[in-house]
Unconditional design. Structure first.
Lengths: 178, 160
């Protein structure tokens, strides 16, 4: 019970804050309530398949394979694979984080994890096609062209800036996922 | 549309998995549920944050900011709005296209789209749970700076 309250403490604070917000600014009441319903629907719609995929990944892909393909020393191929994995994904960025944790647990290198996150955030293929048709192919392709080096640079910059100990801590944390 | 693809892929793989090994598939589903339950508290916080932010910053308000905001100031405002909002692409892209037609600059729109996709201030509680505070803040900070680079580049290419 205590652990439960501790885990959900931030949520309880958020709920109280939200109720206060509804009372103090009644003008936003209707909109924020309908927004919560809309967002919850979107999230509940995308979440099941993403988590099923990560469950399957966890069960079926052996650690040795993951280390070989995406671990330290997987080189350019590993980075490319991480990029493609992220680009063929679908769903919002928050869906990528739990998948990234499973990739970490399986032994993918940290740089590749960051490339995967970067690709998922911005070069998702289905979204790119939609962007090209809605805004224009020139806009979408220019963004893709600058995003690819951007993702790689950001990945290496984070890896360089983060102390080895912190990265190790994240891996230890990920390895505790059942 | 991408949600449908997601369901089809997950469904096919799940069926293949079940055909090959029932027990392992059940285990995978258990893991899926555990992973979901693990992130649920952060997830609920994000839900509330998103609702408040998008109630205050609805599409009409965003359009007013971006439509009038030309020049460097407009680019900064666009990137900031993109960073704190969480809008699915199927809503954001048509809105961005309408803004462009109504005279908003390509650089501003590119800044908005880039930071919308790469920076997630409201989803930070979820990101920190898996990546820790330092890495999450670092990634969002760098992605925010990068969205200006991307905006200038896209604006330049579109103007050619």
């Amino acid at each position: 019970m205590k652990a439960f309250i501790k885990r959900y403490a931030a949520f309880l604070v958020a709920i109280l804050g939200f109720i206060a917000f509804l009372f103090i600014l009644p003008a936003y009441r209707e909109k924020s309530l309908s927004m919560i319903v809309f967002q919850a629907k979107t999230m509940l719609l995308v979440i099941p398949p993403i988590f099923i995929l990560l469950g399957l990944l966890d069960v079926w892909v052996p650690r040795e394979k993951m280390i070989r393909y995406m671990g330290n020393g997987s080189g350019l191929k590993g980075g490319l694979l991480a990029f493609l994995l992220g680009s063929f994904a679908a769903g919002p960025l928050y869906g990528a984080f739990p998948v990234a944790a499973v990739l970490m647990k399986k032994g993918s290198s940290f740089t590749n994890i960051l490339i995967f996150i970067g690709a998922w955030s911005t070069t998702k293929l289905p979204m790119l096609l939609f962007e090209a048709s809605a805004i224009g192919p020139r806009f979408a392709l220019a963004r893709l062209a600058i995003d690819i080096p951007g993702i790689v640079i950001i990945a290496f910059a984070i890896k360089a800036a983060l102390p080895e100990k912190e990265v190790q801590r994240l891996y230890d944390e990920a390895s505790r996922i059942e | 549309m991408d949600t449908i693809i997601l369901y089809v892929v997950a469904g096919i793989l799940l069926a293949l998995s079940a055909l090959k090994d029932r027990k392992k598939t059940l285990q995978a589903l258990k893991k899926a549920w555990k992973a979901f339950e693990g992130i649920l508290p952060q997830f609920l916080v994000v839900l509330i944050l998103v609702a408040v932010v998008l109630a205050v910053l609805d599409t009409a308000t965003i359009s007013r900011f971006l439509g009038s905001g030309s020049g460097a100031w407009g680019v900064i405002v666009a990137a900031l709005i993109g960073a704190i909002t969480l809008i699915p692409g199927f809503v954001a892209f048509p809105a961005a296209a309408a803004l462009l037609q109504n005279g908003a600059g390509a650089t501003q729109i590119a800044a908005f789209v880039s930071s919308l996709m790469m920076v997630g201030v409201v989803t930070l509680p979820m990101e920190m749970k898996y990546f820790g505070k330092r890495a999450a803040l670092l990634r969002n900070g760098l992605a925010f700076v990068f969205s200006f680079v991307a905006a200038l580049f896209v604006g330049w290419v579109v103007s050619l």
